[in-house]
Design a protein around this ligand. Structure first.
Ligand code: ATP
Ligand code: LTN
Length: 326
């Protein structure tokens, strides 16, 4: 079975947009591949983080992904910083990466422009990402388009290392996921629903209070017509609610149009609010079990044990090939 790996940076709060646009896709992939999923906390610290807040978010992210249906039986789930072989491997890969290559990365160029005192970690960020991928002989890396260049760099590093020291790494490929449904801000449906956006009534977080989430749907911006018709250009608000409803009920847009033919917006919004609240309440129930019990730690302990074992083996092979020996 082919291996896939996903790294998630623990920044912001997970939203309904993340769930419908990304997590639902991940749940499909776990059925077809040998899957690795980890929280990229070492990548998060390339920019300033509040330690207390980071610690809380790491645990929340782990619990939330599992609560959303990322199955620990089908995924090796772990925390990047608990595998000490990964930064060691990253260092060895840094020594086979050109400064020119790393400094040409678009993310580095953009982020280093924003802050004059950027860290060296921002430059070596993609090499750490290469270590995340290469240690485990990953075939496919599902990423958004913004991370494609980083996976391509991991490929280049792997090919170069194999040439210099003999066959060591599987050459990974990016898997650019088919754009999932883009969910829009409920107050301004021309914008993406985004966790970093300051739009308290336009964004539904997965851990929102259920009644508050219901109110956000009921007060979502719509047009002055009366028909439940999908038309993203002229009726972005209603179309967004239709996307949410269709995704969560696994119906097609056509089926949704038929189901609500002749209904007013109030009736339709109530139906959308019901499925959103139902989805959130199931996620939150499982989240609370995980965050309050010790099952979460057991899952992560098992995941990190496997990850460390594999990484240690690769580290030893790399040292041998590079001549790092007494
Ligand atoms: P930010 O606000 O910092 O840009 P974000 O909420 O857009 O964050 P990311 O961390 O950039 O989230 O993305 C995580 C994943 O969730 C990506 O695969 C992205 O495509 C998906 N995603 C995020 N927001 C939405 C949305 N509104 N609709 C669909 N998918 C989304
Ligand atoms: N850089 C990625 C997170 C990430 C990652 C990885 C993704 C770190 N290591 C390895 C895929 C494979 C991001 O910002 N989303």
């Amino acid at each position: 079975m082919k291996k896939i790996l996903t790294g998630l940076k623990p920044t912001g709060e997970l939203t309904l947009g993340n769930y419908i646009g990304a997590i639902v896709q991940m749940k499909k992939l776990q059925e077809e591949y040998d899957s690795y999923l980890f929280i990229a906390d070492m990548h998060a610290i390339t920019v300033n983080q509040d330690p207390k807040e980071l610690k809380r978010r790491i645990r929340d992210f782990l619990a939330l992904y599992i609560a959303c249906g990322i199955d620990p039986k089908k995924n090796i789930i772990y925390l990047q910083s608990e595998n000490e072989f990964i930064p060691a491997i990253s260092w060895m890969l840094e020594c086979t990466t050109y400064y020119g290559e790393a400094s040409r990365m678009i993310q580095f160029k953009e982020k280093s422009k924003k802050n004059a005192n950027f860290s060296v970690g921002l430059l070596t960020y993609p090499v750490l990402m290469a270590a995340d991928i290469l240690y485990a002989d990953i075939d496919l890396v599902p990423v958004g388009i913004d991370q494609k260049q980083h996976v391509e760099l991991a490929r280049d590093i792997a090919i170069r290392f194999n040439k210099m020291y003999g066959d060591t790494f599987v050459i990974p490929e990016p898997l650019i996921s088919k754009e999932g449904t883009k969910i829009k801000d409920l107050k301004d449906p021309t914008k993406k629903m985004s966790k970093s956006e300051d739009s308290p009534n336009g964004v539904i977080a997965l851990l929102d209070d259920l009644e508050a989430a219901r109110k956000k749907i009921m007060s979502a911006t719509t047009d002055s017509e009366m028909s439940i018709k999908f038309d993203e250009e002229n009726k972005p608000g209603i179309s967004n609610l239709m996307n949410i409803y269709a995704s969560l009920t696994e119906k097609s847009i056509k089926e949704v149009e038929v189901e609500f033919e002749g209904c007013n917006y109030g009736t339709f919004k109530k139906a959308v609010a019901d499925v959103v609240v139902d989805t959130l309440s199931k996620i939150q129930e499982r989240y609370h079990q995980l965050i309050e019990g010790n099952e979460l730690d057991q899952i992560i302990d098992e995941g990190i044990a496997i990850s460390r074992k594999i990484a240690k083996e690769k580290f030893e092979v790399m040292k041998e090939k590079m001549g790092l020996h007494r």
